[in-house]
Design a protein around this ligand. Structure first.
Ligand code: ADP
Ligand code: MG
Ligand code: ZN
Length: 479
C-alpha cells in the first residue's frame, strides 16, 4: 500500500521585547543564571502579572504578516503541569481564545512550485525556565532567566506532505519574522524552535492517521532529517501490519534517529482554565491599523520588486530575499551600480560560497557591502577582469581592505591596450611554434591554450575581449 505523509508544525518564536511578558525583567541572553528574575517570574505568592503591550504589538505584526484574522477579544489561560523549570506550576498561555487565527503562508519547493500552507492559529504565551543537568555531581541546576520571556506559538494546518515542504515552510516563516523584526531568529539560542507532527495515511484518504510529535527541533536540517526518519519509521511500522503509537519523540542528531520520550499528552491533562489574574485582551481596529501602517516590505513583495526593478530571475530574487540582511546587502551594493545580474551572481555564488564555507551569515561577512560595491564597480568600469576580481575578492575576505587599494598596490588594472597585447601575442606565438603549427593544422582546441598563456603572462589582467580578435588574426596569418 502507498502511504502519504502528513506534516503539521508548531513553531515557538521568542519576541524581541526588552522586558518579559508579565514583569519588567530584562530578556537579555547570557546573563548570570537567575539574574533576570523577580517575584513575578519566579512565581512568588501574591504577585500579579501585567501584560507587556509591546509583546502584543509584535504578535499583531506576526498575525498580519501571515494573513491571520485578529481577535478583538482574546484571553489568557493557565496550562497546568509540574516541572522544576516552571515555578508557578502552570504556564500562562492562550488556549480557548487565541489572539489570531486562520492565516496562511506561501512556500515554494522544487519541482512542485508554489503552495499555500494554512496557519491554524497564533497565540501568545510565556516561556519556561531551563534546567542544566550536571551528571558529575548528580545534580540539576535551575535557571529562571528565560521564565516569562514572551513567545508566540504559530500552529500550522497539517498541510505539508514532505520534509522539503516542512523545511520550506520553516525557512519562510523564519524569514518573515526577521523581516518584521519581532524575533531575532537565533535557533541556537532557542529563539525559534519547532515541534513537528507527522502521520501517514493511505494515499487518497482524507482522514488523518495517528501522529507522533517531535519536540524542540532547533535547526532546519534537523527538522528535514527527523521528519524523513519518522516517515520511514512509520512506513515500516505500518508495513508490518502494526499501528503507530501516538507519542512524543526526540530527535538524536548524533545517531540520526528519533527515540520515544513519553506518551503524547492530551489537552485535558493540562486542566486549562482562564487565568483569573488577567483581564481579557482587547485589540481594537485602531491598534491593528497602527501596526499595519508600519508594516515593512515582506519577502514575497521584496522578491517581486527585485524582479521588476533589477530584472533579476525568479531564482536570484528568491535567494537574495530569503534573508532580509542579504537583501539589504544587495541593495546597498547596487546603489551606485547598474549591472544587477552581475552583482546578483557574485553574491549568490562567490559571496554566499565564502559565507557557507565559514559557516557564518551575511551580518558577519568579512567583506563589507561598501567594499563589495567597490569591487563590483571596478568590474563594471572594466578596470579589472573577472579573473582578477576573484583574487581581489579573496584578498578582501582575508584583509577587509578596500579593493581599489588592493588593485592599485598590486598593479592589477586590466590591460586592454591592443598594441601592448599584440606584442605579447607575438612573443607567445614565437615561444610555442609546435602549438602554432598544430593549431593551423586544425587543432582548434589549442585556442584556449594561447588565451591561457596570455592570461598567465598578464596575471589575468588581459581583457579577453581585446585578446580574442588579436589571437584569431595572428594565428590565421602566415598560413
Ligand atoms: P497539540 O500538539 O498541542 O496537542 P494540536 O492537536 O492542535 O496541538 O496539533 C498541533 C499540530 O499538529 C498542528 O500543526 C496540526 O496541524 C498537527 N497535526 C494534528 N494532527 C495531525 C496528524 N494526524 N498528522 C500530522 N499532523 C497533525
Ligand atoms: Mg504539539
Ligand atoms: Zn520578572
Amino acid at each position: 500500500m502507498e502511504f502519504e505523509p502528513v506534516i503539521g508544525l508548531e513553531v515557538h518564536a521568542q519576541l524581541k521585547t526588552a522586558t518579559k511578558i508579565f514583569c519588567a525583567c530584562p530578556t537579555t541572553f547570557g546573563n548570570a543564571p537567575n539574574a533576570n528574575t523577580c517575584p513575578v517570574c519566579t512565581g512568588m505568592p501574591g504577585v500579579l502579572p501585567v501584560l507587556n503591550q509591546k509583546a502584543v504589538t509584535f504578535a499583531i505584526r506576526a498575525a498580519l504578516a501571515t494573513h491571520c484574522t485578529i481577535a478583538e477579544e482574546s484571553r489568557f489561560d493557565r496550562k497546568n503541569y509540574f516541572y522544576p523549570d516552571l515555578p508557578k506550576g502552570y504556564q500562562i498561555s492562550q488556549y480557548a481564545a487565541p489572539i489570531a487565527e486562520h492565516g496562511r503562508l506561501e512556500i515554494e519547493t522544487e519541482p512542485a512550485g508554489a503552495k499555500t500552507i494554512g496557519i491554524t492559529r497564533i497565540h501568545m504565551e510565556e516561556d519556561a525556565g531551563k534546567l542544566i543537568h550536571d551528571p558529575s555531581r548528580g545534580k540539576s541546576l535551575v535557571d529562571l532567566n528565560r521564565t516569562g520571556i514572551p513567545l508566540i506559538e504559530i500552529v500550522s494546518e497539517p498541510d505539508m506532505r514532505s520534509p522539503a515542504e516542512a523545511g520550506a515552510y520553516l525557512r519562510k516563516l523564519h524569514a518573515i519574522l526577521k523581516y518584521i523584526d519581532v524575533c531575532d531568529g537565533n535557533m541556537e539560542q532557542g529563539s525559534f524552535r519547532c515541534d513537528a507532527n507527522i502521520s501517514l495515511r493511505p494515499a487518497g484518504h482524507t482522514a488523518l492517521g495517528t501522529r507522533t510529535e517531535l519536540k524542540n527541533l532547533n535547526s532546519f536540517r534537523h527538522v528535514e532529517k527527523a521528519v524523513q526518519y519518522e516517515i520511514d519509521r512509520q512506513t515500516s511500522v505500518l508495513a508490518q501490519g502494526e499501528a503507530v503509537v501516538q507519542e512524543t519523540r526526540l530527535w538524536d542528531p548524533e545517531k540520526n534517529r528519533t527515540v520515544s520520550m513519553r506518551g503524547k499528552e492530551e489537552a485535558h491533562d493540562y486542566r486549562y482554565f482562564p487565568d483569573p489574574d488577567l483581564v481579557p485582551l482587547i485589540v481594537d481596529n485602531e491598534w491593528i491599523q497602527q501596526v499595519s501602517d508600519h508594516m515593512p516590505e515582506l519577502p514575497d513583495e521584496k522578491k517581486a520588486r527585485f524582479m521588476a526593478r533589477y530584472q533579476l530571475s525568479d531564482y536570484d530574487a528568491r535567494v537574495l530575499t530569503a534573508d532580509i540582511h542579504l537583501a539589504d546587502f544587495f541593495e546597498t551594493t547596487m546603489s551606485d551600480l547598474s549591472n544587477a545580474k552581475q552583482t546578483a551572481n557574485w553574491i549568490t555564488t562567490t559571496l554566499l560560497g565564502l559565507l557557507n564555507a565559514k559557516g557564518i551569515d551575511i551580518t558577519q561577512s568579512p567583506v563589507s557591502a561598501d567594499n563589495f560595491a567597490a569591487l563590483m564597480g571596478l568590474l563594471e568600469s572594466n578596470t579589472i577582469t573577472a579573473t582578477v576580481a576573484k583574487t581581489v575578492f579573496e584578498d578582501m575576505a582575508q584583509t577587509g581592505i578596500d579593493p581599489k587599494k588592493i588593485v592599485k598596490q598590486k598593479g592589477l588594472e586590466q590591460v586592454s591596450d591592443s598594441t601592448e597585447l599584440a606584442t605579447l601575442v607575438d612573443t607567445i606565438l614565437a615561444e610555442n611554434p609546435d602549438e602554432v603549427t598544430a593549431f593551423r593544422n586544425g587543432k582548434n582546441k589549442l585556442f584556449s591554450f594561447f588565451m591561457g598563456q596570455v592570461m598567465k603572462q598578464t596575471r589575468g589582467k588581459a581583457d579577453p575581449k581585446t585578446v580574442t580578435p588579436i589571437l584569431q588574426s595572428k594565428l590565421k596569418s602566415e598560413k
